[in-house]
Structure formats: structure tokens, C-alpha cells
Ligand binder design. Structure first.
Ligand SMILES: *[C@@H]1O[C@H](CO)[C@@H](O)[C@H](O)[C@H]1NC(C)=O
Ligand SMILES: *[C@@H]1O[C@H](CO)[C@@H](O)[C@H](O)[C@H]1NC(C)=O
Ligand SMILES: *[C@@H]1O[C@H](CO)[C@@H](O)[C@H](O)[C@H]1NC(C)=O
Ligand SMILES: *[C@@H]1O[C@H](CO)[C@@H](O)[C@H](O)[C@H]1NC(C)=O
Ligand SMILES: *[C@@H]1O[C@H](CO)[C@@H](O)[C@H](O)[C@H]1NC(C)=O
Ligand SMILES: *[C@@H]1O[C@H](CO)[C@@H](O)[C@H](O)[C@H]1NC(C)=O
Ligand SMILES: *[C@@H]1O[C@H](CO)[C@@H](O)[C@H](O)[C@H]1NC(C)=O
Length: 334
């Protein structure tokens, strides 16, 4: 009886939320990052919780709950002394190549390893044996990666998909890169068994995030500048082919899979073409590429772009790469 009652209540709540999306903000909370940590671009969860969060100064933090808050767990830099002395809390863009920036995260539950797409260093893995990441690949065919953006694992076989946003991107000229319509991004694959990197797709318009379908049949890759998500088939009759999955009136950033097999995308809708002002939103799409929900986040983020939304046990963690974002946003219902 109680269950039925709460089910009805939930339905009523969902109905109300659909009619009045503003009430969603009531369920929004902010988890403050430690002093000096900003730009929580990406999240990952292990079996026991999290999130792990990559922040701008090279650190990967882990949330240990409200009492402890965030702790430093890993660094991606090469020398831990240098990393702690030079990088901790820094917000200087020119230190990126020294310190790194863990821009995309995903956790392999089976091997207990955290995979990291570092903007500057390449693809890394961090296990339980140390605080520094191990670089798995820093380039392909003798060319160094220029700006890795995200990593997404095939949950069944542990194959790692990752993206390079652009080869001409620099933090200082992102607006320029976007307005020029740069198409130098790519989708890549790393096979932990062979340790080989394979290029799957090139000429992507600002490749942002990759998410693998629940059964590993396809990979979705979002193109921020191209304003669309493409589907690359890994298995089945369409294997090795690509099709447009969905297009947006805005810039889709990272894309994550929910426990139910839907996908969540952080989409920054452009509100002024000349200034590139945005309205940050979250879009939920089903496995057929149909939008099932949109939520505007301007009440929480103003016109600051969001980078990622990820579902963990019914809570939605919201990230943003920008230096003045000093918290992790958490929604109760989306
Ligand atoms: C940023 O780092 C660069 C390289 O270390 C340095 O030359 C510059 O002075 C720093 N800028 C600021 C504002 O600290
Ligand atoms: C990498 O090099 C191989 C051999 O030279 C070539 O066949 C392949 O097209 C190259 N791939 C890319 C992405 O440049
Ligand atoms: C961005 O800056 C880099 C380095 O300064 C430059 O090589 C690249 O051409 C710039 N990109 C655009 C689109 O202007
Ligand atoms: C798919 O592409 C890979 C790599 O380019 C190639 O090895 C494989 O033979 C292709 N498979 C099909 C079915 O075209
Ligand atoms: C876009 O921004 C420019 C520069 O601030 C401003 O002049 C223009 O009115 C804005 N356009 C809209 C539609 O708000
Ligand atoms: C949004 O802007 C208002 C004023 O314009 C400011 O007070 C507030 O702190 C901003 N909120 C965020 C999350 O930046
Ligand atoms: C970040 O700063 C910009 C202005 O520089 C402001 O418009 C925006 O609201 C700020 N966002 C957050 C989340 O603090």
C-alpha cells in the first residue's frame, strides 16, 4: 500500500515536474570542491561510490561523503613533487602542459582501474598501486595527441574508446576554434589486450564525449562544433559505419549512459552567436535518439557552459570545465 502510494506520489511529482520544470531547482544541491580546485569537467564512480572528479589543476579528487568531503586521490603529472608544489590549486593556463588536466574519466569496475583522458598527456590509467597515472598512449602513428577530451569503456570487454577534441585547440582560442568550425577531432580505440590504438573516425567537429551502448554494439560520439551526436557501429550488419544519431540547436558536450540505457547529454544552447553566450541544459535521450526530457540549468549556472551530466543511483552529477565553477552540482530528479 505504502509502495503504491509512493508510486502514485512519484507519478504526480513527475507530472508536476514536466509542467513546471522550475520546481526542479528545489532538488539541486552544490557539493563544494576543496579550496583551489575548479572546473570539475568529468566524473566517474567505482563500486563503492564517488564521484572521482577531474579538476583543472591536474588533480583527481574523490568524494568521500559529506563528513570527509573531497580527498586528493591521483595526479596525472609526471613527478609528484613537482605536481604538488607547482600544480595544486593553480589556474594558470600555461601550466597545462606541465601539470595536465584530467578532462575525461571512466571506471572499469571489473579491473578496478580508473581511465583518464588527460587534455595534455594522453590516455592514462590509475590503479590501486599508486598516486600517479600510467600513460597508456600519448599519440598515434608518431603524432602526439593535442587535446584528449573523454574516455568511455565498453562495460563488457573493457575496450577503451576516447576522443581527441581538436588538434588546433588551445585554451586561449576555444572561441576562435569553434567559430572557425574546426574539424580535426577524432574517435579512437585502445585495446588493453593488445595495447594498440586504432583511429576509428577522423574529421570530427570538436569531438567531445564518447559513450558505449549497454551491449557494446555501438558508440556515440558528440561533436560540440558539429552540433550533433554520431553513432558508430561496432557490431552487427552496420559495423564500421557511422550515422547521425541526433542533432541539436546547441553544442552537445559529454554524453553518458544511464542505468536504464538512456543517454544524458550536457547541451549548451547558443543564445548569442556573436558573443557565444549559452544557456546550459541537460537533455535525456533514449536509445533510439529521441529526446525524452530537457532541463534548463540557468538558475544554477547562469550562462556558464556545462560539460557533463552523469546518473549515479538516481542522482545526477553536473560538471563544468570553467574556472569559476567551484562546486559539483547534484540534482535529485531529471
Ligand atoms: C603562468 O605560467 C607561465 C609559465 O610558467 C609564467 O610565465 C606566467 O608568468 C604565469 N602567469 C601567471 C599569471 O602567474
Ligand atoms: C597510420 O599509419 C599507417 C601506416 O603508415 C597508415 O596506414 C594509417 O593510415 C595511419 N593512420 C592515421 C590515422 O594516420
Ligand atoms: C589556436 O592556437 C594555436 C596555437 O596558437 C594555433 O596553432 C591554431 O591555429 C589556433 N586555432 C585557430 C582555429 O585559430
Ligand atoms: C572495420 O574496420 C577495421 C579497421 O579499419 C577493419 O580491420 C575491419 O576489417 C573492418 N570491418 C568491416 C566489416 O568492414
Ligand atoms: C549579442 O551580443 C551583442 C554584443 O554584446 C549584442 O550587441 C547583441 O544585441 C546580442 N544579441 C542578442 C540577440 O542578444
Ligand atoms: C549568476 O549571476 C548572478 C548575478 O548576475 C550572481 O550573483 C550569481 O553568483 C551567479 N551565479 C553563479 C552560479 O554564477
Ligand atoms: C562564471 O563567470 C561568468 C562571468 O565571468 C558568469 O557569467 C557566470 O555566471 C559564472 N558562473 C559560475 C557558475 O560561477
Amino acid at each position: 500500500m505504502a509502495t503504491l502510494f509512493s508510486l502514485v506520489l512519484t507519478k504526480v511529482a513527475i507530472l508536476l515536474l514536466c509542467i513546471a520544470p522550475i520546481s526542479l531547482s528545489l532538488t539541486f544541491k552544490k557539493i563544494p570542491l576543496p579550496t583551489g580546485a575548479t572546473g570539475p569537467a568529468s566524473f566517474a564512480f567505482d563500486l563503492f561510490g564517488g564521484p572521482y572528479v577531474g579538476v583543472q589543476d591536474s588533480r583527481i579528487l574523490k568524494y568521500e561523503g559529506p563528513t570527509t568531503g573531497f580527498i586528493n586521490v591521483f595526479f596525472v603529472g609526471n613527478l609528484i613533487d613537482q605536481v604538488e608544489a607547482v600544480c595544486d590549486g593553480q589556474t594558470n593556463d600555461s601550466l597545462g602542459p606541465t601539470c595536465g588536466w584530467p578532462f575525461g574519466l571512466d571506471f572499469n569496475i571489473l579491473t578496478q582501474q580508473l581511465y583518464v583522458a588527460d587534455a595534455y598527456f594522453g590516455l592514462l590509467v590509475v590503479g590501486s598501486n599508486g598516486r600517479l597515472g600510467t600513460i597508456l598512449a600519448s599519440g598515434v602513428n608518431g603524432t602526439r595527441f593535442r587535446f584528449l577530451n573523454s574516455v568511455g569503456l565498453d562495460p563488457l570487454i573493457g575496450v577503451v574508446y576516447f576522443t581527441e577534441f581538436s588538434v588546433v585547440y588551445q585554451l586561449s582560442n576555444i572561441t576562435q576554434v569553434i567559430l572557425n568550425g574546426d574539424a580535426t577531432g577524432s574517435l579512437l580505440k585502445y585495446d588493453p589486450k593488445t595495447r594498440q590504438v586504432t583511429v576509428l573516425l577522423t574529421r570530427l567537429f570538436g569531438a567531445a564525449r564518447v559513450a558505449v551502448s549497454a551491449n557494446g554494439a555501438f558508440v556515440l560520439v558528440s561533436e560540440q562544433i558539429g552540433q550533433r551526436i554520431q553513432r558508430f557501429w561496432i557490431k552487427g550488419p552496420k559495423r564500421n559505419t557511422t550515422e547521425t544519431f541526433i542533432t541539436f540547436q546547441g553544442r552537445p558536450n559529454k554524453i553518458t549512459r544511464t542505468g536504464l540505457g538512456d543517454f544524458l547529454v550536457a547541451v549548451n544552447v547558443i543564445t548569442n552567436q556573436s558573443t557565444q553566450n549559452v544557456l546550459p541544459t541537460v537533455v535525456r535521450i533514449n536509445a533510439f535518439g529521441t529526446v525524452v526530457k530537457r532541463v534548463a540549468l540557468d538558475r544554477q549556472y547562469n550562462d556558464t557552459g556545462v560539460t557533463e551530466v552523469i546518473d549515479h543511483l538516481g542522482e545526477y552529477y553536473i560538471g563544468s570545465q570553467y574556472v569559476n565553477v567551484t562546486f559539483v552540482g547534484v540534482y535529485g530528479i531529471l
